[in-house]
Design a protein around this ligand. Sequence first.
Ligand code: AHM
Ligand code: MG
Length: 337
Amino acid sequence: MNVTTLGQFIIEKQADFPYAKGELSRLLRDIAIAAKIVNREVTKAGLVDILGETGETNIQGELVKKLDVFANEQFIAALKAGGEVCGIASEENDDFIPIESEMSKGAKYVVAMDPLDGSSNIDVNVSVGTIFSIYRRLSLKGPATIEDFLQKGTEQVAAGYVIYGSSCMLVYTTGKGANGFTLDPSIGEFCLSHPNIQTPKNGKTYSINEGNYLHFPDGVKKYLKYCQEEDAATSRPYSSRYIGSGVADIHRNLITGGVYIYPTTTKNPSGKLRLLYECNPLAFVIEQAGGKATTGGKRIMELPITQLHQRTPLFIGSSEMVDKTMEFMKKYSLEKI
Ligand code: AHM
Ligand code: MG
């Protein structure tokens, strides 16, 4: 069988970074190991008593599901054991976790992650994901400091996501294109299945939680009406597809073309999704595939960041579709975006 495994691919690509000593490669490998373990648990989640809520709430005030806790622990354990990071920020932890161990002495990187995105879907056998973002530390030595995490998305060294779907896929970028790997369960390896992903410039799908319609900015309301109009030349009406797992919605749109929108709403006036470990890494992957990610006005990856759990509106996907959403926002939405 002529396949390229993730491990082989990472080693081959190490040559793209002449100064690299293999730390980033090992870090990506650690993430892939944790992803396989989480995938194993996700696939048997219906069988064992790992489903359901722990009864605790995380910093965002959401109920924490057991599998979220499990995924968080697995990724933290794998990253700690790998010794390449001096700190981890996670959606599940109020504060970042500084790492100081013999292993991590000289570690150059920090990781920000959402260990289990789309967690409201766990109990119903619908795809969930992991999102990760890697930065080079700014502090010089010892455990990470907050400044190491509060870097703009443009400073990401690598980022990606894992989708625990009908098959398990890992998509990542180091800034030289986006590549997708599918887990072959028979050999336990991620194999290169989607080399150099290019997202279509245009698509026929829009993804948004339309239940919040009344609370959307006017620009989004008008754009949704535009999506629903009849127009043969632009293949409208578009199809509405919303899973409620950001990774799954954005992955589908990446492959087939489309736009995903999570705007500001009255309930979430700054948007719902988090800049550091959801929007920036997804934006990095999508941009590397030729797409765009904005707030409806500004490029996501250039946003200043002051808090670990900072939220932002997100308009992400096919470049021409994102441009169109921004036209509508500019024309109809006066509020700051
Ligand atoms: P989570 O990280 O708590 O799972 O929240 C993020 C998720 C995204 O995956 C998804 O696109 C969105 O929240 C769905 O939100 P809503 O239920 O408000 O539509
Ligand atoms: Mg999330």
